[in-house]
Design a protein around this ligand. Structure first.
Ligand SMILES: Nc1ncnc2c1ncn2[C@@H]1O[C@H](COP(=O)(O)OP(=O)(O)OP(=O)(O)O)[C@@H](O)[C@H]1O
Ligand SMILES: [Mg+2]
Length: 255
């Protein structure tokens, strides 16, 4: 019999951990994510030029975290584009405005753009991505979601090839990308097809951990090529300013 993980257990309060103060000695250039606690967990930020898979089940905070990444960049002179393949641009703006009212000004001043991508076929999606990035000279790029690429292909290897191709297109332009990926609820994996994490340089996973009928939010940096990072599950919170990460606390063992 498969026992339900965490069933019948209580959530204890987060426990303070020893701070991981080990310095990053890699010397690589980093881009600050712009989310409280996350840059500390990343030892300074995402390596410049990397593509990161931001993955999680539904409602784990992927869109919010990705928008925080773009809003921070836009306020620091880096133009950003959010490509949405499913949700409307208006919905994304409305939902994120709850956390960041200034988003409207960032869009008005053309530091940030939300682009609804018509999903006719892969080639037209790719063409829209590249032309919009070029037109804006976007430094930060979010694609929500690459899981949607499944609509264009009959096999997993073609999805992997497409993710690698889009990643290469961004890198050739000097852009830093966040690819949003969706995990089906209840599945213990990092992506829908099991290839997305191999086609990207880094993986940040968001979780809603279920314990005795309630949920606690967590984030884990699964991999980040060429850099040190915090390895454990860190508690996160969605506050009135968006997502906050607590890298020096841990999800407590159950009482
Ligand atoms: N004002 C708020 N304060 C706290 N939590 C909120 C607030 N608004 C939304 N949330 C939480 O954030 C979740 C949605 O976050 P977000 O849209 O970023 O997640 P997502 O992973 O992109 O979801 P989806 O899979 O539907 O795209 C909601 O389900 C809710 O739990
Ligand atoms: Mg979303």
């Amino acid at each position: 019999m498969v026992e339900k993980k965490n069933a019948g257990q209580k959530i204890a309060a987060p426990v303070r951990l020893e701070k991981d103060d080990k310095p990053d000695t890699s010397g690589i250039k980093r881009m600050q994510f712009g989310v409280e606690g996350l840059d500390e967990a990343l030892k300074g930020g995402i390596p410049e030029g990397d593509i990161t898979l931001l993955t999680g089940t539904s409602g784990t905070g992927k869109t919010t975290l990705a928008m925080q990444f773009l809003a921070y960049g836009a306020r620091h002179g880096q133009k950003g584009i959010y490509f949405t393949l499913e949700e409307s641009a208006n919905d994304i703006i409305q939902q994120f405005s709850v956390f960041d009212k200034g988003i409207v000004d960032l869009i008005a001043t053309q530091m940030l753009k939300i682009v609804e991508v018509p999903t006719v076929d892969y080639d037209s999606v790719k063409a829209i991505l590249s032309s919009e990035i070029d037109a804006m000279e976007a430094k930060r790029v979010v694609i929500d979601s690459i899981t949607y690429f499944q609509m264009f292909f009959a096999d997993v290897m073609s999805i992997r090839k497409a993710v690698i191709e889009v990643a290469a297109m961004l890198k050739a332009r000097g852009s830093v990308g966040i690819f949003v990926g969706e995990i089906p609820y209840g599945e213990n994996k990092l992506s829908a097809f099991g290839v997305e994490e191999f086609a990207t340089d880094g993986v940040i996973a968001l979780y809603l951990l279920e314990k005795q009928g309630t949920f606690t939010r967590a984030l884990r940096i699964v991999k980040m090529r060429s850099t040190k990072h915090v390895m454990k599950y860190s508690p996160i919170d969605i506050t009135e300013k968006g997502i906050v990460v607590y890298p020096n606390e841990k999800i407590a063992p159950d009482a």
